[in-house]
Design a protein around this ligand. Structure first.
Ligand SMILES: [Fe+2]
Length: 306
């Protein structure tokens, strides 16, 4: 199947309203409350992030977009033919996500993936309470997400063979030196030029997500968010830097969800017809000091996760 991009994400929260403050004052998302849930907008769509009341703060699901009802139905037929179990969403679940139809399934690492088509556009133009001009979405999707996968080979093969993702590049992080144990990170793309819409990290992450990335059209927008972070006292998780593989200039913020938000500019767009997947060996060309926000153990595990 040809997944168009990361359409939305679903987050569980002990106090969903904390995401309103985070979204409006820091990230620049527009928030709306609906029946105890919080919807966050980044563009013309009614919801790019859905925050649902939950017993724990965690990343709940990734919403992957099919471009039409026909493509959505074909995806369901493909899953059935391959014997992959999936669950049909209720009308209420689709309404909350502002999509026409949706199914959900789990990958071998237990990450929840939702396939959908027919997003609803909001009746009013996007206006960021923080004055962000716009986010880079459209055909590239809303950004990328890095998910835990201790069984990374099995999970990557499932995402490739069942959902149609392909490997952009990969690295093995060895925090204890060249002879120490390695932790793999695989960067995967779908049917758009964004360098990766999904990455897998070979480790356990209690919040269900290492980080979520949103992209801005200018470096100035990233700098203004950095100012807002300092003004509001929000927690920096990694300093400004440029990643080696997707060339993103970004910094990382703590979210109320127990995972980080990468706020970036200038992500690489790739022509997949001429691209060869490669292994790379340094996380960043400069910057990205993860010791700022992650503890010693976390730092060792996560420093390599672009
Ligand atoms: Fe990232």
């Amino acid at each position: 199947m040809d997944i168009a991009g990361l359409g939305y994400c679903v987050i569980g929260a002990t106090a969903p309203r904390r995401w309103i403050d985070f979204g409006e004052q820091l990230a620049g998302f527009a928030a709306e409350e609906r029946n105890g849930a919080v919807l966050l907008r980044m563009d013309e769509r009614a919801a790019r992030m859905l925050v649902l009341p939950a017993a724990t703060d965690h990343y709940h699901a990734s919403g992957w977009e099919l471009r039409s009802r026909r493509a959505f139905e074909a995806a369901k037929e493909e899953l059935a033919a391959k014997g992959v179990p999936f669950e049909q969403a209720t009308a209420a679940d689709c309404d909350l996500r502002s999509v026409g139809d949706m199914i959900c399934l789990l990958d071998p690492a237990g990450n929840r993936h939702e396939l959908f088509h027919g997003p609803t556009l909001a009746p009013t133009p996007f206006r960021s309470p923080a004055g962000v001009e716009r986010f880079v979405t459209g055909p590239l999707g809303m950004g990328h997400v890095v998910l835990p996968a201790p069984n990374i080979d099995e999970t990557r093969d499932f995402l490739h063979d069942v959902l149609g993702f392909d490997v952009s590049d990969y690295m093995t992080h060895r925090p204890h030196g060249a002879d120490g144990p390695g932790m793999r990170i695989d960067f995967l793309h779908c049917d758009n030029p964004r360098h990766h819409s999904l990455a897998l990290f070979e480790g356990e992450v209690p919040a269900g997500c290492v980080h979520l990335m949103v992209e801005l059209p200018t470096l100035d927008e990233v700098g203004r968010a950095h100012d807002r972070m300092e003004r509001t006292g929000a927690r920096l998780m990694a300093t400004l830097g440029r990643h080696s593989n997707d060339h993103m200039v970004s910094f990382y913020l703590a979210t109320p969800g127990g995972f980080a938000l990468e706020y970036g500019f200038g992500g690489l767009q790739v022509d997949w017809t001429t691209h060869s997947a490669f292994e790379f060996t340094t996380v960043s060309e400069w910057g990205h000091d993860f010791s700022i926000g992650f503890g010693a153990d976390e730092r060792a595990r996560l420093a390599a996760v672009a």
